[in-house]
Design a protein around this ligand. Structure first.
Ligand SMILES: O=C[C@H](O)COP(=O)(O)O
Length: 263
């Protein structure tokens, strides 16, 4: 399957921003701006905080919007005495399509190990939710030139004992930590180097057909001014967008990256 048959995914990770009332206003603005032409070309998703999900679901269901939504994290456990956690069955009941897993902020501030990330990937699949698995190197690793081996080790860990029937649905977001929220965007060539290596590793772990169908996103200071250049690379199938996704007009421009100049 060629890259052109992979529908690009533009996913806005709101992080810990926008309360449930702001979420409604935000999704309404997106819904007003986005057209069937946009949705036919690009899959659009938002990842709001847990407390917003019910509001977003009500809006999407009620108005039959083509925007998809998901969570920013998922518990490795399906139920039980895990105070503060939100489970796969809960997210599935809210009709979440996606959940981010292993975002660098979860790894850095919440001590998420490869084992935890792997358990969360399995929890998502067990509950019919598509993981957006986040991987990527920090600045020290990049300076040492070890970005590919570091990121592939994260992919290996996250996919340990994940069968092909599940893995074929995963979305992987390559997010170099040094480019997140810093304005330091990776060059399109940087993004392609690691996204291409991830696809090659998927072919080794599973097979070439599966690898050709998995969407691999880039994340890290994506804006409307740089999205087209990154998206022009053959192994980049979309973006996980943080700061710029909080501005509905800017997010819509990113969804319409084909209308922007390749910078
Ligand atoms: O999940 C999104 C990434 O952390 C990128 O965030 P950013 O676009 O604000 O750099």
């Amino acid at each position: 399957m060629s890259e052109t048959t992979r529908t690009p995914l533009m996913a806005g990770n709101w992080k810990m921003n926008l309360n449930h009332l702001e979420a409604i206003a935000h999704v309404q603005k997106l819904a007003f701006a986005l057209t069937d032409k946009d949705y036919d070309a690009v899959e659009v998703a938002v990842l709001p905080p847990f407390t917003d999900l019910r509001s977003v679901q009500t809006l999407v269901d009620g108005d039959k919007l083509r925007i998809r939504y998901g969570a920013q994290d998922i518990s490795a456990h399906d139920s039980g005495a895990y105070t503060g956690e939100v489970s796969g069955p809960m997210l599935s009941k809210l009709k979440c399509t996606y959940t981010a897993i292993g975002h660098s902020e979860r790894r850095q501030y919440h001590g998420e190990t490869e084992e935890i990330v792997n358990a969360k990937v399995k929890a998502a699949f067990r509950n019919g939710i598509v993981p957006i698995l986040c991987v990527g190197e920090g600045l020290d690793v990049r300076k040492a030139g070890n970005q590919v081996s570091h990121t592939l080790a994260q992919v290996d860990g996250a996919l340990a004992e994940v069968p092909a029937a599940d893995a074929e649905r995963i979305v992987i977001a390559y997010e170099p930590v040094w480019a997140i929220g810093t304005g330091e965007v990776a060059t399109p060539e940087d993004a392609q180097e690691v996204c291409g290596a991830i696809r090659a590793r998927l072919a080794e772990l599973y097979d070439a057909d599966l690898a050709s169908r998995v969407r691999i996103l880039y994340g890290g200071s994506v804006k409307s001014s740089n999205a087209a250049g990154i998206m022009a690379k053959p192994d980049v199938d979309g973006a996980l967008i943080g700061g710029a996704a909080l501005d509905p007009e800017e997010f819509v421009k990113i969804v319409r990256y084909r209308e922007q100049a390749v910078g």
